[in-house]
Design a protein around this ligand. Structure first.
Ligand code: GRG
Length: 303
């Protein structure tokens, strides 16, 4: 089995995720205090603290610790990544985009607070992400902070999330190629995961070679994340078959299983885990353990 070519160091990954997740949740709670005007802060907190796996902030902290930094150095940047992610979910759920009623098992932001407030809550979270990094990061050089802010900006804007979203919207109902599908996923999903890891490494004091290694690692797990999402769509749909027609089969959306078949998609996912973990070869294996396990975790996630 090709996936066992890289032995994983002994490491309790579930415990790691729980511990880091708690620290991230505490820091997120403190990052948006309830204050005047209450409605906007309530709306921001509603989505930011609504649960979620905290994959991006935990990856950011893990990358910082990988290169010898501490959790404290990375926490403001880690929170900023979750703020950006939450903003993108709030806006993605709006009636003018995906028009979704539920997110993370709860009514979407606009369903609770109205569309005007949901748009503004997204704007405020995006703006706060940059302010939070600039104002709250301690013991990191101004040069490194500027690098982080540039990476963050690029990951959200017209070369990042926004690029993926607009190409996705434009391809609706059309037949798209595998390379178009990859473009969408690299920008909508992988780019923010990449920025999370890269920014964590920058604040942690990484040299440019290490930054590029973790960037490549993140690109592979970003694509992996989406391939797994598509596979889950099919497996979930077939479990529900009988009740409703398979969700994925019922839409025009291009997915990896549709374009290459479910077995090939699963093989592709395994290959991406290997390729991701190969990028970590130059790091101390004990320090790289969380990131090794992260790739596995993303490949085997069930939701
Ligand atoms: C308004 C500047 C601006 C940008 C928004 C709407 C948009 C542009 C982009 C959409 C981005 C989007 C919704 C990408 C999908 C991301 C994705 C894979 C979400 C699921 O992430 P998980 O599984 O979710 O980490 P949890 O809930 O666990 O955090």
């Amino acid at each position: 089995n090709k996936t066992e070519t890289i032995p994983l160091p002994v490491f309790d990954f579930d415990d790691y995720m729980i511990r880091k997740g708690k620290q991230v949740n505490k820091a997120l709670d403190e990052s948006v205090p309830m204050q005047h005007p209450e409605k906007i802060h309530e709306s921001m907190r509603y989505s930011l603290l609504a649960g979620g796996k905290r994959v991006r902030p935990i990856l950011c902290v893990a990358a910082c610790e990988l290169v010898g930094g501490t959790e404290d150095l990375a926490m403001p940047t880690a929170c900023a990544m979750e703020m950006i992610h939450t903003m993108s979910l709030i806006h993605d759920d709006l009636p003018c985009m995906d028009n979704d009623d539920l997110r993370r098992g709860k009514p979407t932001n606009h369903k609770v607070f109205g569309e005007e407030t949901a748009v503004l809550a997204g704007d405020a979270l995006l703006s706060l992400a940059f302010e939070h990094v600039a104002a709250k990061t301690m013991n990191v050089s101004p040069e490194r902070l500027v690098q982080v802010l540039a990476e963050m900006g690029n990951s959200v804007g017209s070369q990042g999330l926004v690029a993926g979203q607009i190409v996705d919207i434009d391809s609706e109902g059309k037949k798209i190629s595998l390379s178009d599908l990859e473009y969408i996923h690299i920008h909508k999903t992988a780019r923010l995961l990449e920025a999370s890891v890269v920014c964590g490494a920058i604040v942690g004091g990484a040299d440019s070679e290490s930054i590029e290694n973790v960037r490549k690692y993140a690109r592979y797990i970003g694509l992996l994340f989406q391939v797994v999402d598509d596979i889950l769509d099919v497996t979930k749909s077939s479990e529900e078959l009988g009740k409703t027609a398979g969700k994925d089969l019922a839409t025009d959306k291009a997915t990896y299983p549709k374009l290459m078949g479910i077995d090939e998609a699963k093989k592709f996912a395994e290959k991406l885990v290997d390729q991701a973990n190969q990028q970590l070869a130059s790091f101390d294996p004990a320090k790289a353990a969380p990131l090794y396990h992260f790739a596995r975790y993303i490949a085997s996630r069930q939701n």
